[in-house]
Design a binder for this molecule. Structure first.
Ligand SMILES: Nc1ncnc2c1ncn2[C@@H]1O[C@H](COP(=O)(O)OP(=O)(O)OP(=O)(O)O)[C@@H](O)[C@H]1O
Ligand SMILES: [Mg+2]
Length: 491
């Protein structure tokens, strides 16, 4: 046995030696000739198929998307098998490093019970001309090997699975961005908002419904293709200031790993500019228009005659530029509707459109009808369940004797989650839990008292108005009687 191995070893060594000599000394075309015929010879007996994915294809400096997706996919799949990795910092909240297989490593993968083999390698081409960047002549590739009887499974479902998984991991690992528009240009910063659905204070049933809806949407590419609709979904978030609309958008972006495009409509000149901005948005993004009722007169002619309710938040009063102001935005309701309706569906990929408003009743029904805004979500005053989330977030508190009292007060008053959160914010370290809860109770009682006084004053005003109206009515009757008597000649 030992002899046989020794002989095998020496045969292998001689073959490798001859191959090394061919590689080293024989001209390119002779090598090519050997390659070609040895391959033909091998494929005759060899039952395996090989596919090579090169790092650069076609355009010299454009990295192949498939190669990059495979690299990411194998980074996760190979983590238990490979011994040498390449690492890169990704500065992501959840994971600091992205791993990928180093050159000349080989790993196995399994799909539907079928085993396949991936190998990484590189060709070093000798540059014909002088180059300052010798590294650019390294050509990396991944080679996939599998038995030829699995050809259909691998060419179809398996490769789709690898590319899809790879892209998804890449999306999760990337640094996400928050884009804002300055007129017709997007500029961006890194998006690092810590909000999540766990920390969002709202009714848990409603919250779960939203999470499920988002999950279904983000996995529904095939469904949207099949029914012939653009892969997009509209959300309308409405409710008083400080109830968590903006926080929910950040939580959605973190949950789906999407970028955010915060569109400032008042800075957009006209419909053409709006169209350009929207077409420039990338897939896997949330396009947000905050305070849509204040952004401009989107309601068109229809609302002009109606009396508009007074805006309680002075910062959100609609900005109405002077008539002759040349910079005034000319974006129209129909311009916006065209995009929400899917004229821009030509740009593929999934996008969420989110509108927020404090006054849902002010919006034109055309803008928010189902199909345009698929989901209407009301964010309202803080209920007991929402309070419990805040207590957990701010004070690590699951239960407390004062909870029942707080429950009662929350049912009787209207306090926004922002105000509740402010009261629960620890003022000392370590947190004085009872002190925070008492400060909240005091704030709730003050709000309740203010509401009582307000209602009493309103009642007083209403009864005073009723008395005046009755007196006026009496006077009118008297006058009418006098007039009637006068016409009868009795005055
Ligand atoms: N439901 C909530 N859950 C957790 N935190 C909340 C919630 N609502 C408000 N907050 C807290 O209050 C602050 C203000 O909330 P946010 O900006 O989301 O309110 P909003 O509804 O967007 O208000 P506006 O209508 O004025 O834009 C947030 O920074 C957050 O800390
Ligand atoms: Mg907001």
């Amino acid at each position: 046995m030992g002899d046989l191995l020794a002989q095998l070893g020496s045969v292998l060594a001689s073959v490798m030696f001859v191959w090394a000599i061919i590689q080293q000394y024989f001209p390119y075309n002779i090598r090519n000739f050997f390659d070609k015929y040895s391959q033909r010879f091998l494929t005759f007996f060899y039952p395996y198929i090989q596919i090579t994915f090169n790092e650069f294809t076609g355009e010299r400096f454009k990295r192949s998307e498939a190669y990059s997706a495979i690299e990411t996919y194998l980074g996760t799949t190979s983590s238990m098998q490979a011994k040498r990795f390449k690492a890169d910092i990704i500065k992501n909240n959840t994971q600091p490093l992205a791993l990928s297989m180093d050159d000349h490593e080989e790993v196995a993968d399994e799909f539907n019970g079928v085993k396949v083999y991936w190998a990484s390698g590189k060709n070093i081409l000798k540059s014909q001309s002088f180059s300052f960047y010798p590294n650019t002549d390294e050509k990396r590739y991944y080679k996939l090997t599998f038995h030829k009887r699995h050809r259909e499974l691998i060419f179809g479902p398996y490769l789709n699975h690898v590319l899809k998984e790879g892209r998804e991991i890449k999306v999760k690992n990337r640094l996400r961005k928050l884009y804002t528009n300055n007129g017709s240009q997007w500029s961006h910063v890194v998006f690092e908002h810590p909000a999540s659905f766990q920390t969002l204070a709202m009714d848990p049933v409603k919250k779960q419904e939203i999470v499920d809806d988002l999950t279904t949407f983000s996995n529904a590419e095939e469904f949207y293709n099949r029914i012939g609709r653009a892969w997009k979904r509209g959300y309308l978030l409405y409710g008083p200031p400080g109830t968590g609309k903006s926080t929910m958008i950040a939580a959605m972006a973190n949950f789906l790993c999407y970028d955010i495009y915060d569109l400032e409509l008042t800075a957009v000149k006209d419909n053409t500019e709006l169209r350009r901005l929207l077409i420039e948005t990338s897939s896997k993004s949330i396009i947000v228009i905050e305070d849509i009722d204040c952004s401009m007169d989107l309601t068109g002619q229809r609302k002009k005659d109606k009396e508009e309710p007074e805006e309680s938040d002075p910062a959100k009063k609609p900005v109405k530029p002077p008539e002759n102001e040349s910079k005034a935005s000319k974006v129209t309701l129909s311009g916006l509707l065209n995009f929400v309706d899917g004229l821009w569906s030509a740009c593929g990929g999934d996008r969420l459109i989110v509108f927020t408003t404090n006054h849902v009743e002010k919006l034109d029904p055309a803008l928010i009808r189902r199909g345009r805004m698929d989901k209407h979500i009301e964010l309202s005053y803080c209920g007991f369940e929402a309070f419990r989330v805040l207590a957990r977030n701010y004070l690590y508190l699951e239960t407390h004797d004062l909870f029942e009292k707080i429950r009662g007060l929350l049912e009787e008053t209207q306090m926004t989650p922002a105000d509740v959160a402010e009261n629960l914010m620890p003022k000392t370290s370590p947190a004085d839990v009872e002190g925070c809860l008492r400060s909240l109770i005091e704030a709730l009682e003050n709000t309740k008292e203010e509401k009582r006084i307000e209602e009493e004053e309103k009642r007083k005003k209403e009864s005073a108005a009723a008395v005046t109206a009755a007196a006026e009515e009496k006077d009118e009757i008297k006058v009418a009687k006098l007039v009637e008597n006068g016409s009868n000649g009795s005055i």
